[in-house]
Design a protein around this ligand. Structure first.
Ligand SMILES: NC(=O)c1ccc[n+]([C@@H]2O[C@H](COP(=O)([O-])OP(=O)(O)OC[C@H]3O[C@@H](n4cnc5c(N)ncnc54)[C@H](O)[C@@H]3O)[C@@H](O)[C@H]2O)c1
Length: 440
């Protein structure tokens, strides 16, 4: 702990990582951690594993690795638990997802086979394209929440886990907006007992986690935590939460490029984005109700970064369209095209084309790792409620209702690193740097 730092409980013992959904992202994350532990690969894309942080003045040359600067759980101490609506273990699910090579998965098979999902809480009304066969018995939503609580406690007891975090890596649910049942914890609990239709499966998992004081990260664009009732529960139990929708692929590119265009005061007439995607996520998003959830998440990004109300000459009325096309031959290897119509000096038009041949789960897996480790850090540091400093990882960052979200990747990164400096009692870095040039 630094001089003015925050007291942080040590990262002793094992950390349970509870994953809702044992699909492409989850299995790529778990297999990746197992591969890294065995020296079979490197944790590329993970800030907690690869990143450094500058401390003090540039002349001090203090640039420790983040994992040496703040106390984070070690990969060896992670214990995985999962739910799914299909019974495949992590090895079978990883083979099915076809993200990682079979040769690598076979080397990890004994470890992966031990991770068998618990039966999911699922209702096809919220994800129409899936027909789960491995689903908890129909009971009231309240009973389902109680079952999850019992399972989590059993998992922690049996696996000797001291602390846990939960990350939603399940499918995208249909588009929903907050309503009366979400207004307060009391109304929400009454809604659980009445099996209110406005409470989708993801909220039942989040409720169970928060009740047990387990931090929750929402990797999908689902409404889940973004309602007063669950924020109230997070505050009551003093649990950190964050979301939503992992920032990978096309949106990652947008939040890298758009701040650059704005920094140079270049105008934007339109930004057209289309994707072809063939994994199960793509299939789920082929349903218009689920796509709507994703579309809302993807569309909000540019408006917030470009701030047309402040720069009407550059950005007022720009066209922004996003398409996702389910195209099975591509599997997890998505192709995202972007066509940008921009303009410069005296309004002269120019174009930028991007064709990102990316791998969705390869980009998402390190985010799951970082979120699990940082949420656990936040919990040990006594931080609770919405963790805006983790906006870096999300397409639609959660904030307090009165704040607008910060989408610019570079501001998000600065916020994240400054939070780590704050926790450790180090000075914030402003990049002013005038003192280097000051005369005595
Ligand atoms: N891969 C990326 O780059 C990326 C980026 C942003 C968001 N996401 C989101 O992350 C989530 C996971 O993506 P994926 O590619 O792994 O999808 P996937 O379809 O491979 O995996 C999702 C898994 O969740 C399971 N599931 C669905 N509903 C469930 C429930 N109620 N309880 C338990 N299990 C349930 C499904 O059976 C499936 O195995 C999706 O919502 C996706 O939109 C992914």
């Amino acid at each position: 702990m630094g001089q003015k730092g925050v007291h942080i409980e040590p990262a002793e013992g094992r950390l349970g990582v509870l994953l809702v959904g044992l699909g492409a992202v989850s299995t790529t994350f778990i297999a990746g951690v197992e591969a890294v532990k065995r020296g079979l690969g490197k944790p590329i894309g993970s800030l907690t594993q690869m990143g450094t942080i500058r401390l003090g003045k540039r002349t001090e040359n203090r640039v420790p690795r983040i994992q040496d600067f703040v106390s984070l759980a070690r990969l060896e101490d992670l214990v995985f638990g999962a739910w799914d609506i299909f019974p495949d273990d992590a090895y079978e699910a990883a083979c099915e997802a076809q993200v990682l090579e079979r040769g690598l998965l076979d080397q990890l098979r004994p470890a992966l086979e031990t991770i068998r999902p618990m039966k999911g809480v699922f209702d096809p009304n919220y994800v129409k394209r899936l027909h789960g066969t491995y689903v908890k018995e129909r009971a009231s939503k309240w009973d389902l929440a109680r079952q999850l609580v019992d399972e989590i406690e059993g998992f922690q007891r049996e696996r000797g886990v001291d602390r846990s975090v939960m990350v939603w890596c399940g499918s995208t649910e249909m588009h929903m907006v907050a309503s009366g049942v979400h207004e307060s914890l009391d109304a929400f609990e009454a809604g659980l007992k009445a099996s209110d239709a406005a409470i989708p499966s993801s909220m039942i998992y989040a409720y169970a986690a928060l009740l047990l004081g387990i931090p929750f990260a929402n990797g999908a664009p689902n409404l889940t935590l973004d309602v007063p009732a669950l924020r109230e529960l997070a505050e009551k139990k003093r649990v950190p939460i964050c979301g939503k929708d992992f920032k990978t692929g096309q949106t990652l590119m947008k939040t890298i490029l758009a701040p650059g265009l704005k920094a140079r005061m270049l105008g934007l007439q339109g930004w057209f984005s289309t994707n072809i995607l063939g994994n199960r996520d793509g299939e789920v998003l082929d349903d218009p109700d689920c796509f709507k959830t994703k579309e809302v998440s993807k569309l909000s990004v540019l408006e917030h970064i470009l701030q047309p109300h402040l720069y009407p000459d550059l950005y007022e009325g720009f066209h922004h369209q996003v398409r996702i096309n389910y195209y099975p031959p591509r599997g997890d290897n998505k192709e995202g095209w972007d066509a940008l119509d921009i303009f410069g000096w005296l309004g002269y038009p120019m174009q930028i084309k991007i064709d990102f041949l990316c791998r969705d789960s390869i980009l998402a897996a390190p985010l799951v790792l970082d979120l699990a480790l940082f949420l656990d850090l936040a919990r040990r540091a006594g931080m609770h409620g919405v963790q805006e400093w983790l906006s870096f990882y999300f397409k639609s960052p959660m904030t307090l209702p009165q704040l607008y979200p910060e989408h610019d990747l570079f501001i998000q990164q600065m916020k994240l690193k400054n939070t780590l400096r704050f926790l450790q009692g180090e000075e914030q870095i402003t990049h002013l740097g005038l003192d280097y040039y000051a005369e005595d």
